[in-house]
Design a protein. Structure first.
Length: 66
């Protein structure tokens, strides 16, 4: 899908050099991939301390039953 975007050329070139990418397209694709990964990670972090567990659960005792 072809898309026209007004992206700061200096930023794009700096990202291309730092990321060692050959093309602007590669820079944008990697940037989008990283953006998505970070957003998903942020959602996972929100789940911490939301799962209830039984503090008396004994995993060693559970292993003996097998």
């Amino acid at each position: 899908m072809a898309t026209n975007l007004a992206i700061d050329d200096k930023l794009l070139e700096e990202a291309r050099i730092i990321g060692k990418h050959a093309t602007k397209k590669a820079v944008v694709n990697e940037a989008l991939t990283e953006y998505i990964q970070r957003r998903k990670q942020a959602e996972i972090i929100k789940l911490f301390h939301t799962v209830e567990y039984d503090p008396d659960y004994d995993y060693k005792k559970q292993r003996q039953k097998q």
